[in-house]
Design a protein around this ligand. Structure first.
Ligand SMILES: *Cc1c(COP(=O)(O)O)cnc(C)c1O
Length: 434
């Protein structure tokens, strides 16, 4: 363990020199130094162990420091850590592409690897635009999405994030102006209300000539508000996209690899996208890697028309370490009873979280697969609530008025109980979070 003055010195440096996600410098909110992580536990520098309810933002589905995933990286790093992907190729990329094509619907058979979810979304948008240019319908350049979405922090992705919640105000003069339909109100498990699709339908009817693609997070909207919606909405969207010849991009960066109870959330709606974005849990949380998958038709039309190539190519495209660990993570997932585990988590979340809807400060409870969300009526004090969770040896990172978890699938019943109890205890006492 480090001595205290050395640790204080490091934290002071961090506070004054390093940006954390969405923070100021100097950072007024404390950050907790982590020295190790294993299974569902994060070990802090002071020796305290926290049960992780966040899976490091959806990604660490098998838990930290997993021997099988470690082995995959070790084996690969001794062969080669990285080579450029322009003009060269390697087995880890080929193996991973094969596996992704195998576990996704038969229509999705072409794979573009990139470094992060936001870039996977940029790539998807470029594919859609390039497709319509190639077809000769150059007027199709806009996107249609729903409010309360989140698709990443880069400019193309930002432009399809929720226009109010998102960063539209700050950057609106630079962002392409797309179409936003009202977000559906029908919940995953509730009855479908046909009026939910009205706003989407109206925009499509009027503007389909300008629209290249629809982009959505299927069933679960993540960072834009942690909302859930009915699979029938997706079926209606697919039907309307087919009717008006619009491409459907599904962003499964948060939902992919089992989180909502099916391997991919769109399976619950029995639809297939034209373009699919994957990221986050792709490598089991080991490395940054993302993929954009598409169909034979789209790849062929892009490739057989000027400029005859798809216009994107990141430096670290298909990094061999990331590809190796991604393949290992998917194999591990498929070899374990993940569906049963996700269902157990869902059952436990429903049993213990749903009752606290009776608290006056709670606006809503939403549970889907291994995701549990408490929406409060008021915004939380981040530094305060964070300290309360750490005090209870739990890692939960709320934002705005949302206290939510998406733990590693390997979390045990007693461990999840500790996380749930901490959430309930803290939410119940307004003094702990206001
Ligand atoms: C996190 C996320 C992204 C962005 O991924 P990054 O790896 O952070 O760039 C895009 N879409 C969804 C749905 C996400 O949850």
């Amino acid at each position: 363990m480090k001595n205290l003055s050395q640790l204080d010195d490091e934290l002071a440096y961090d506070k004054h020199h390093i940006w954390h996600p969405y923070t100021a410098i100097p950072n007024p909110v404390p950050v907790y130094p982590v020295v190790a992580a294993k299974g569902v536990y994060l070990t802090l520098a002071n020796g305290k162990q926290l049960i992780d309810g966040m899976a490091s933002w959806w990604s660490v589905i098998h838990g930290y420091n997993h021997p099988y995933l470690n082995q995959a990286i070790h084996a690969q790093v001794d062969k080669m850590a990285h080579i450029m992907f322009g003009g060269l190729t390697h087995a880890p990329a080929i193996k991973l592409a094969r596996l992704l094509v195998e576990i996704t619907p038969i229509e999705l058979e072409k794979v573009f690897f990139s470094d992060s979810g936001s870039v996977a979304v940029e790539v998807a948008i470029k594919m859609a635009i390039q497709y319509w240019q190639a077809v000769g319908k150059v007027e199709k350049q806009k996107l249609l999405t729903i409010r309360r979405g989140y698709h990443g922090d880069t400019f193309g992705a930002m432009a399809v994030c929720d226009p109010v919640n998102g960063m539209h105000n700050l950057f609106s003069h630079l962002l392409p102006q797309h179409f936003f339909a009202d977000e559906p109100q029908s919940r995953t498990d509730a009855e479908w209300n046909e009026t939910d699709i009205a706003s989407f339908k109206a925009i499509l009817t009027q503007h389909h000539n300008e629209i290249a693609a629809v982009i959505l997070e299927p069933l679960l909207q993540g960072a834009g508000g942690m909302r859930v919606y009915c699979p029938t909405y997706l079926r209606r969207v697919r039907q309307l996209c087919d009717k008006y010849e619009i491409l459907l991009i599904l962003d499964e960066i948060a939902t992919g690899f089992g989180r909502t109870g099916s391997l991919f959330a769109f399976e619950q709606a029995n639809i297939v996208p034209d373009i699919l974005c994957l990221g986050k849990a792709l490598t089991g949380g080991y490395m940054s890697l993302a993929a954009t998958l598409t169909t034979q038709k789209i790849s062929e039309i892009i490739s057989s028309n000027p400029p005859g190539v798809f216009m994107h190519g990141p430096t670290f495209m298909a990094n061999p370490l990331a590809c190796s660990v991604a393949t290992a993570s998917i194999q591990l997932l498929l070899d374990t009873p993940w569906q049963q585990r996700v269902m157990q988590i869902e059952t436990q979340l429903k049993k213990f979280l749903l009752p606290i809807i009776s608290l006056p400060q709670v606006a809503d409870i939403r549970i889907l697969g291994a995701v549990g969300v408490i929406e409060l009526k008021e915004v939380i004090n981040m530094a305060k609530i964070q300290a309360e969770f750490v005090k209870r040896e739990v890692w939960v990172r709320p934002f705005k008025n949302l206290v939510y978890i998406m733990p590693p699938y390997i979390i045990k019943e007693a461990e999840l109980m500790q996380v749930i109890n901490a959430m309930i205890e803290i939410v119940s006492d307004k003094n702990l979070w206001q």
